[in-house]
Design a protein around this ligand. Structure first.
Ligand SMILES: Cc1cc2nc3c(=O)[nH]c(=O)nc-3n(C[C@H](O)[C@H](O)[C@H](O)COP(=O)(O)O)c2cc1C
Ligand code: SF4
Length: 398
């Protein structure tokens, strides 16, 4: 039985963009761009498979808006016009496979969470906040530097449009630079970019307002944390106010995620989940109640823009209930689509299990040089996977 009458497979809009269904690929860095910033065949193949797999919209892996903001090697850059022809190949690859599949460029500056091996760039943030985890203490950005960062994001949005993307997403989650401005934990500035929630959102407002002058109603989305999982950060209680302020910035949709790296020094008891790198990608989601782990955060929200829910979305019947409840408009997924780029189509056609094949083990995060799903290489044979796991995951990636 086809699920074509399911709410999950109904059409919807983000800004002026028509989406064929409610399933989105959440941003997933494949770490496979060439060091000179050119797009590799491996990257294009990932996007072709996703576009063929039935998802309504694909958000790319993060693209750095400045060279200093590049977090890891193999990440895409969007800080210079010379990269437009390269990233355009991603947009083209998606549209060539399915013109009804939208593709959005995710724009990022790593801020205080900089790990790129080759960079001498400073870790920067709104405030010089010490970290229990990070080696380098972030340097506080001057007012002029904040203006430069705003311009870099605006230019990134303009380049995304020129490259043929259907929109851009600001990465305002997971502790990276924009996230650190939104969080009261990392942002203790006393100028117009710090203090009240309204001031902490000011950097987003400035980016969107300035970008709109150049790109008009080109869709601009944002991914944010509903909980930083650190003391003094964004919490479930403060999130509704953040959403109201963000809705007023002119963004076209808000994707809800959570966690910053500093939370990893906390215990499972304090966090309510097992602290594994990276905290937004939780493990051990075997029980339904552990899945869609940020859904309980959307209860008291009254946004004027569509909401996208990410994190542990694993079962089509549960996702259908979520969409029917109308508290969020879209579901996004990362790891399930690493394991099965064709998952939306499989679910639509009711082939196999209602569950995604991904078991949320995070092996795909550990072995970046062999990007892909460990379990898939073993044809989803869990027994063999667990044996490989016992012998060290490297064996699985041979
Ligand atoms: C390999 C990998 C790369 C990721 N890269 C990004 C990224 O570039 N930008 C981002 O916002 N989130 C990134 N994430 C986080 C995911 O988008 C998502 O928020 C998280 O994995 C939870 O969703 P899931 O349970 O569907 O995987 C990445 C996750 C994984 C596993
Ligand atoms: S390696 Fe693990 S977490 Fe990653 S896609 Fe495969 S099953 Fe999912």
């Amino acid at each position: 039985m086809s699920r074509e009458n399911y709410a999950v497979f109904s059409t919807a809009k983000i800004g002026n963009l028509d989406l064929k269904n409610r399933l989105i690929r959440s941003a997933t860095c494949e770490y496979k761009m060439a060091e000179d910033g050119s797009v590799t065949e491996i990257v294009l193949d990932i996007y072709r498979k996703l576009a063929n797999g039935g998802v309504g919209m694909i958000i790319t892996g993060l693209m750095a808006v400045t060279q200093g903001g590049k977090g890891v090697s193999g990440q895409a850059c969007i800080d210079d016009d010379r990269f437009i022809t390269q990233i355009a190949k991603i947009a083209e690859a998606v549209h060539d496979q399915d013109n009804n599949c939208a593709v959005i460029a995710q724009l990022c500056h790593s801020g205080r969470q900089l790990t790129h091996e080759n960079t001498t760039a400073d870790c920067v943030g709104p405030t010089a906040m010490p970290s229990p985890l990070l080696e380098k203490k972030a340097r506080e950005l001057s007012g002029d530097e904040v203006e430069t960062i705003i311009t870099a994001f605006v230019n990134g949005i303009i380049r995304a449009e020129k490259a043929g993307f259907d929109g851009a997403q600001l990465h305002g989650a997971h502790g990276y630079l924009l996230s650190s401005f939104l969080s009261p934990y990392t942002n203790q500035r006393r100028d117009c970019f710090g203090g009240s929630t309204q001031n902490r959102v000011q950097i987003i407002k400035a980016i969107v307002e300035r970008a709109r002058k150049a790109v008009g109603d080109f869709p601009i989305l944002i991914k944010v944390n509903c909980d930083d999982h650190v003391v003094g950060g964004i919490t479930k209680a403060s999130f509704p106010e953040l959403i109201s302020e963000l809705s007023a910035t002119g963004v076209d949709a808000i994707e809800i995620s959570g966690g910053i790296w500093d939370c990893l020094v906390r215990s499972e008891e304090e966090l309510g989940f097992v602290p594994v790198p990276i905290p937004e990608s939780r493990t051990q989601l075997d029980k339904p109640e552990k899945q869609s782990y940020y859904y309980s955060y959307v209860n008291k929200l009254n946004p004027s823009v569509p909401l996208i829910l990410v994190g542990g979305n694993r079962n089509i019947e549960a996702l259908e209930t979520i969409i029917q409840e109308q508290k969020v408009d879209f579901i996004s997924m990362s790891r399930p689509l690493i394991a099965e780029p064709g998952l939306p189509e499989r679910w639509l056609q009711s082939v196999g299990s209602d569950k995604a094949n991904c078991v949320s083990c995070n092996a795909c995060l550990l072995y970046k040089d062999a990007f892909g799903c460990a379990l898939k290489r073993l044809k989803f044979n869990r027994k063999e996977f667990e044996a490989g796991y016992a012998g060290g995951w490297k064996a699985v990636f041979k």
